[in-house]
Design a protein around this ligand. Sequence first.
Ligand SMILES: Nc1ncnc2c1ncn2[C@@H]1O[C@H](COP(=O)(O)OP(=O)(O)OP(=O)(O)O)[C@@H](O)[C@H]1O
Ligand SMILES: [Mg+2]
Length: 253
Amino acid sequence: MSLAAVMPPQVGQKPDPGMRPVISFHGVSKTYPNGTEAIRDVDLAIYQGDFCFVVGASGSGKTTLVRLLIREEVASTGRIFVDGQETTRMTRRRLPRLRRKFGIVFQDYKLLPKLTVAQNVAFALQVTRPGQRHLKQKVEETLWIVGLEDKLDTFPDELSGGEQQRVAIARALVHRPRIFLADEPTGNLDPDTSWGIVQLLLQINHRGTTVLMATHNREIVDLCRRRVIAIDSGRVVRDEAEGGYLREGEATI
Ligand SMILES: Nc1ncnc2c1ncn2[C@@H]1O[C@H](COP(=O)(O)OP(=O)(O)OP(=O)(O)O)[C@@H](O)[C@H]1O
Ligand SMILES: [Mg+2]
C-alpha cells in the first residue's frame, strides 16, 4: 500500500496571498497565575501544509504556545484561531472537537505499558472517535506509516526509544489530524534515531498535514532549512521561511 492511499493529498507549501491560515495568533499573551509572563504579544499565521520549527531557550515559552493551541491553557489577552474558529472563546463542550484536529507527541512517549503497540494506537482512536469503524485496519495502516507494522503485538518496554516514539506518533496520527504538534520529540533520542523521527514528520507533512515541532536540536533545524519561529522570553523574535537554529551571526540562542 502506498502512503497516498492513507494520508490526505499534499497541499502546497506556499500559501496563496488570500489563503486563510489554519492557525493564527493575534496579540496573544499568557501570564500564569503565579505572574510568569510566558507568552508576550505574539502574532503568528501558519498555513495548511506548513512545517515549522519553534526554537528558543529553555523557558522561552514553546510548550506554553503548544498548550495554548490545544486550549489546555487559555490566553490572558489576544485571540487564537484554529481552522477559522476562535478557540479563545470556545466553550468546554467544543473542546473535544477542537482537540481532534491535533495530533500531539511529547519528549516522553507516555505509552500505556500494559497494552501492546496495536492496542496503544487503537486505544487512542477509541478515545477520540468512539464507535470508529475499521479500527484494526486503521491501526495497521498507521503503524505501517511509521514503519512498525511488524511490532503490532509487542509491548512498549520491548521497544527502543525511537520505536516507542514512533508508536506515540502513530497514536497521534491514527485519527488523521490536520495539525501535528511535536514538543521536543527527539529530546530523549540519539542523533541517528532523532533524524529518523524528523524524516517521519517531514513525510507526514509532505502528505498535507501541518507540522509544528518545538526543538532544541540545532543540527536538525540547520539541516532541514524549513520555517523557523524563534521565541525569546515569550516573544517571537524571528520568523524565517528557510531558517537555521540561530540567526546568521548569532552565537547562542
Ligand atoms: N503551569 C505553569 N505555571 C507557572 N509558570 C509556568 C507554567 N508552565 C510554564 N511556566 C513558566 O512559563 C515559562 C515558559 O515555559 P515553557 O514550558 O513554555 O517553556 P519552554 O520553552 O517549553 O521550555 P523548555 O525548552 O525547557 O521545554 C517559564 O518561565 C516557565 O517557568
Ligand atoms: Mg517545553
